[in-house]
Design a binder for this molecule. Structure first.
Ligand code: FAD
Length: 229
C-alpha cells in the first residue's frame, strides 16, 4: 500500500504540526480497512488517525503513527436505493465520501436546487471533520451540521466495516445484509451518537448519507441607528 514518510502535517493556523511515520491517501473503504489491519499487525500499538482539512484549533488530528488524508475521498457515491427502506424520500438523500469539503458539497447540491439546512461560518472543512467536532451555525431552529447525517460507513478495529445509524435508520436491514454480508449494520442510538461527534476516535469514516433540503434564500435585514428597519 502506497504511503509517504516525510509529509509534515500542521493544522490551518500552524499551531499543531508533526510528521507521521506514514501518510496514506486511500480512495476506497477497502483501502482504509487495509491501513487499519496493517497498523494492528505491528506489536507496538500503532495508532491510525484521520485528518480532515486541518481546520480544528485543538490538537485533535496529530498522530506520530499512521495518518489518513482526505484528498482522494471527495466523491459522491451511488445512493443504492435497493438497500434503503422504501419509505425514504430519496430526492433529499445524498451519499458522499467523508473527505468532501463543505464548499464542494454546496456546489453539488446547488446544481440540484438543494442545500444543507444549516452551515457554519466557513466552507473549507470536510464533512467528516464538521461532524466529528460538532461544527455548528447560529440558527436558532437548527442544531449542529452532523444532524444532517443519517448513516455512516466506518472502518474499525480488526479491519471491520460498519454501517452505523440511529434506531429505525434509513437502511433496510434484510436487503442491505443480503447485498453486503461483510458489513456490520448497527442501528442503535448510542452508537450513532458516539460516532457522530467522536473527535476521530471511533473509527475512520469512509462515507455518509446526508439529508438535504430544497434550496432557499436568506434575507438579511440591517437596522439604522435609530433601531428602525
Ligand atoms: C476559518 C474557520 C471557520 C470556522 N467556522 C466555524 C463555525 O462557523 N462553526 C463551528 O462550529 N466551527 C467552526 N470552525 C471550526 C471547524 O469547523 C472545525 O474545527 C472542523 O472540525 C474542521 O473540519 P476539518 O475538516 O478541518 O477537520 P479536522 O480539523 O482536520 O479534523 C477534526 C476531527 O475530525 C476527525 N476526522 C477527520 N476526518 C475523519 C474521518 N474520515 N474519520 C474519522 N474522523 C475524522 C479528525 O481526526 C479530528 O479529530 C471554523 C474553523 C476555521 C479555521
Amino acid at each position: 500500500m502506497h504511503y509517504n514518510s516525510d509529509i509534515e502535517w500542521s493544522n490551518h493556523i500552524g499551531e499543531y504540526g508533526h510528521t507521521p511515520d506514514r501518510t496514506f491517501y486511500p480512495a476506497t473503504w477497502d483501502e482504509i480497512t487495509n491501513i487499519i489491519t496493517l497498523a494492528e499487525s505491528f506489536e507496538n500499538n500503532i495508532k491510525v488517525r484521520a485528518s480532515g482539512s486541518g481546520h480544528s484549533w485543538s490538537p485533535v488530528c496529530p498522530t506520530p503513527n499512521f495518518m489518513i488524508m482526505p484528498d482522494k475521498l471527495r466523491k459522491e457515491l451511488p445512493l443504492e436505493p435497493d438497500t434503503l427502506n422504501q419509505n425514504n424520500n430519496l430526492t433529499n438523500l445524498v451519499r458522499i465520501q467523508s473527505g468532501m469539503r463543505i464548499r464542494e458539497l454546496n456546489q453539488l447540491l446547488d446544481n440540484r436546487n438543494k442545500a444543507l439546512k444549516v452551515l457554519g461560518g466557513f466552507d473549507g472543512q470536510t464533512i467528516a471533520g464538521v461532524c466529528q467536532t460538532s461544527t455548528h451555525g447560529s440558527v436558532i431552529n437548527a442544531g449542529p451540521l452532523y444532524e444532517c447525517i443519517l448513516s455512516y460507513d466506518v472502518a474499525g478495529s480488526g479491519g471491520k466495516k460498519y454501517r452505523i445509524e440511529p434506531k429505525n435508520g434509513i437502511t433496510d436491514v434484510i436487503r442491505f445484509q443480503e447485498k453486503y454480508p461483510e458489513v456490520i449494520l448497527v442501528q442503535d442510538d448510542d452508537w450513532y451518537n458516539a460516532i457522530s461527534v467522536g473527535i476521530g476516535t471511533l473509527g475512520i469514516i469512509y462515507s455518509v448519507i446526508i439529508e438535504v433540503t430544497d434550496a432557499f434564500y436568506l434575507k438579511e435585514e440591517h437596522k439604522n441607528q435609530t433601531g428602525l428597519m
